[in-house]
Design a protein around this ligand. Structure first.
Ligand code: 5RP
Length: 219
């Protein structure tokens, strides 16, 4: 039987389907919520022309669902990107990267005219930071970046045994104070060796669909 969170993720995923224009190519994120969205696309053949994927995992699921996967570089533009998040604020600032796909996710968010984020209501927070902030780093810079993060008051933990689709490592940073997500994203982006910060604030979601037991809230 589906848990409450899973049922709410499904509600958000189905609501996102309503925002997909027919016959376009869309960007697809990564994670359990997006998997439900892919299932919804599979149940509506022809709804999208094709998809650009943010991870090997989503590519495999899209292909298994019979959906064509194309490269971002083949497209003149990208109308829509649909993805989940680990935390979201009412201002639609996000923490992402729990699944380790943050770099390609950030590229698709940057490329898309519209970014629709789908979450269940356990992920809605007033202030980001309860969920440890994932940061993708070049492997040889792992300890260099970790020291810089510690100096900023964070507690970085290496996600051992995990390598991103880009061949890099993830540091999950606990205890960071994220009062100003845009400023912190900019600051952490400047640390040499950082590939991508899992803060999606400079380019927030355009629409946040929050699945709740009472229905879907749009923010
Ligand atoms: C992957 C992500 C996911 O969107 C995030 O981890 C949420 O995943 P889920 O939908 O499984 O809760 O950022 O890198």
């Amino acid at each position: 039987m589906a848990t409450d969170a899973e049922a709410n993720k499904r509600r958000a995923a189905l609501a996102a389907l309503e925002l997909v224009p027919s016959g376009v190519t869309i960007g697809i994120g990564t994670g359990s919520t997006v998997n439900l969205f892919i299932d919804a696309l599979a149940a509506n053949p022809g709804r999208v022309r094709s998809a650009v994927s943010s991870s090997q995992a989503s590519t495999a699921r899209l292909r298994a669902a019979g959906l064509a996967v194309v490269e971002l570089n083949e497209l003149p533009d990208l109308a829509l990107y649909v993805d989940g998040a680990d935390e979201a604020t009412p201002a639609r600032h996000l923490i992402k990267g729990g699944g380790g796909a943050l770099t390609r996710e950030k590229i698709l968010a940057a490329a898309a005219q519209r970014f629709v984020c789908i979450i269940d209501d356990t992920k809605l927070v007033t202030t980001l930071g309860r969920f440890p902030l994932p940061i993708e780093v070049i492997p040889m810079a792992r300890t260099l970046v970790a020291r810089q993060l510690t100096a900023r008051g964070g507690r970085p933990l290496w996600r051992q045994g995990f390598v991103t689709d880009n061949g890099n490592y993830i540091l999950d940073v606990h205890d960071l104070s994220i009062a100003d997500p845009v400023a912190l994203e900019r600051e952490l982006n400047q640390i040499t060796g950082v590939v991508t910060v899992g803060l999606f604030a400079a380019r927030p979601a355009d629409v946040l669909l929050v699945g709740t037991a009472q229905g879907v809230q749009t923010r």
